[in-house]
Write a protein that binds this ligand. Structure first.
Ligand SMILES: *Cc1c(COP(=O)(O)O)cnc(C)c1O
Length: 504
């Protein structure tokens, strides 16, 4: 039973007109109306977008944005939304377009977008129970659900974060403190001295946040030992073993190995089980960066790529990549919940020690924090985990079919076999043996496609050479769409090839 209210409902002494723009009783009809207007505006913009990008350049758009007088508000929401259409929606990059195949951005699950409206309106903050109530329990439940999918036992825990960058940082922070505690480094004078012998091992294809984290954690980016990758762009086990042995012989401490389950560039998955065995042998923390490959946890046909992930100490999962969630939505999951103590601090006003309610801030680097978990919750409760897995399997199939298509075409060269949904390749016209010319051709193809807006693709380099890249995360993209993009690539290249190759 709810306690009766003790505050009379008409106790407000003064209401300024601006409170009518805040979510409170007086503004509820306006809220309802404005939400509908916003949904209509964005729906129309999405329906009108017949290609992934308009090709707009900053010089076109900047004057429009600059011309707005931010100190002179418009009279109505429809006017303001019309302005947003012109400044943003008309020229946005649309990830739901079947011809967007550039970065790790996904078209978003509708239930997750609905959840955005709910969580922003209520505005819960996940730092403490007394700012969130059920939201805290929902997040905890999803952390346990993810941990169970990983194969962790009952002792696991974790927390939602803003993204893989923060999840990786927190994983490595726990690894660092664990190493300092566990490896007999306590006798040394100060923290910097304790940190000096620590090393992190990651493949040459690992995400740059590993080095950034090493810097932030006081180790310096050169504490990251780069382990060579095989032709599939997976960490070489023999090379890792040699590096661990050499560093141990030199008296250095293997603080952590970062294995990547889905490298950003190639979608390659490091051999997790073999890496886990070496971590066990050398007493190194295993952090699995599954920011990209995390969706394999619900895949029907490709879950085996993650075999061995259950031996990790910490795992990064970006739901805003392969779970089709809007940014931001990520988590760091730990096998041993007690490791989260490495980020626990108590403040009397917020989360006093010995409090009886669950306070997620005890486990997080963030304080005020969005209820991003509601998006995944509503997605699992409607589309379901199997539905997400189906969508991911579809894009993996598409990537493999695309690779097959490229293999059959002598004018293209595939950089590496496809594992997830990424295809790295380049156009290599017959008879072109000057690498610099080939580089310029491929770089210019990408630019020309982006400028036209008909297709958006990415680029990268391999061994110093320029390549093109497809990252597929749209289950609505078909092989026909891919063929259309390949045709666009060829026609962008034709004039350059005819003029004897780009010369500068
Ligand atoms: C995307 C990505 C990250 C960074 O995650 P954000 O959510 O962008 O912060 C880290 N590691 C890998 C492998 C990634 O693909």
């Amino acid at each position: 039973m709810r306690a009766p209210t003790i505050i009379p409902p008409d106790c407000a002494v003064r209401r300024s007109t601006t409170t009518h723009h805040l979510l409170s009783d007086a503004s509820l009809p306006a809220y309802r109306q404005q939400m509908r207007q916003a949904v209509d505006a964005v729906t129309e913009a999405i329906a009108a977008a017949d290609r992934p990008f308009s090709g707009v350049v900053p010089a076109d758009l900047r004057p429009l944005v600059e011309s707005i007088d931010l100190d002179a508000p418009l009279d109505s929401m429809p006017d303001a939304l019309q302005e947003v259409r012109e400044l943003y929606l008309r020229d946005a990059v649309y990830f739901h377009s079947p011809r967007y195949a550039a970065h790790l951005n996904c078209p978003v699950a509708i239930p997750a977008v609905v959840a955005e409206a709910v969580l922003s309106a209520v505005n819960s903050s996940l730092d403490t129970w007394d700012q969130s109530a059920g939201a805290t329990l929902i997040e905890q439940r999803l952390v346990r659900w993810t941990a169970a999918r990983i194969g962790f036992g009952a002792g696991a825990d974790g927390v939602f974060t803003s993204g893989g960058s923060l999840s990786n940082l927190q994983g490595l922070l726990m690894a660092r403190n664990n190493a300092v505690e566990a490896k007999g480094l306590v006798g040394l004078a100060s923290l910097p001295e304790k940190l000096a012998p620590l090393r992190i091992f990651a493949s040459t294809s690992a995400h740059f946040t590993v080095e950034k984290s090493a810097g932030l954690l006081g180790l310096g980016a050169d504490a990251v030992v780069q382990v060579p990758a095989d032709p599939h762009r997976r960490m070489r086990i023999d090379a890792l073993e040699a590096a661990l042995a050499a560093h141990a012989d030199a008296g250095l401490v293997p603080m952590a190995v970062v294995a990547t389950a889905g490298t950003t560039d190639y979608g390659s998955v490091d051999p997790l089980a073999g890496i886990a065995a070496l971590c066990h042998r050398y007493g190194a923390w295993l952090h699995v960066d599954a920011a990209y490959g995390g969706g394999l946890l619900v895949s029907h046909r490709h879950r085996a790529l993650l075999d061995g992930i259950e031996h990790a100490d910490s795992v990064t999962v970006d739901y805003h990549k392969t779970f089709f969630q809007p940014v931001s939505s990520s988590a760091v999951i730990v096998r041993d919940a007690t490791m989260l103590r490495h980020v626990t601090l108590h403040a009397d006003y917020l989360n006093p020690e010995g409090g009886e309610n669950p306070n997620q801030v005890d486990k997080s680097l963030q304080t005020t924090r969005r209820f991003d978990a509601l998006k995944l919750w509503l997605t699992l409760r409607t589309i379901g985990a199997d539905g997400i897995g189906d969508m991911l399997d579809d894009v993996i199939d598409l990537a493999r079919a695309t690779a097959e298509e490229l293999r059959q075409d002598p004018s293209f060269e595939l950089a590496a076999p496809v594992q997830l949904s990424t295809v790295v390749f380049r156009l290599l016209p017959t008879g072109w043996d000057d690498d610099t010319r080939v580089d310029r051709l491929n770089a210019r193809i990408r630019k020309s496609l982006f400028a036209a807006g008909d297709a958006v693709i990415a680029g990268t380099t391999l061994h110093g050479r320029s390549y093109l890249k497809f990252t597929f995360l749209n289950p609505a993209t078909t092989l026909e769409d891919v063929r259309a993009i390949l045709a666009a690539i060829r026609s962008a290249a034709d004039p350059m090839i005819l003029e004897g190759g780009p010369r500068g």
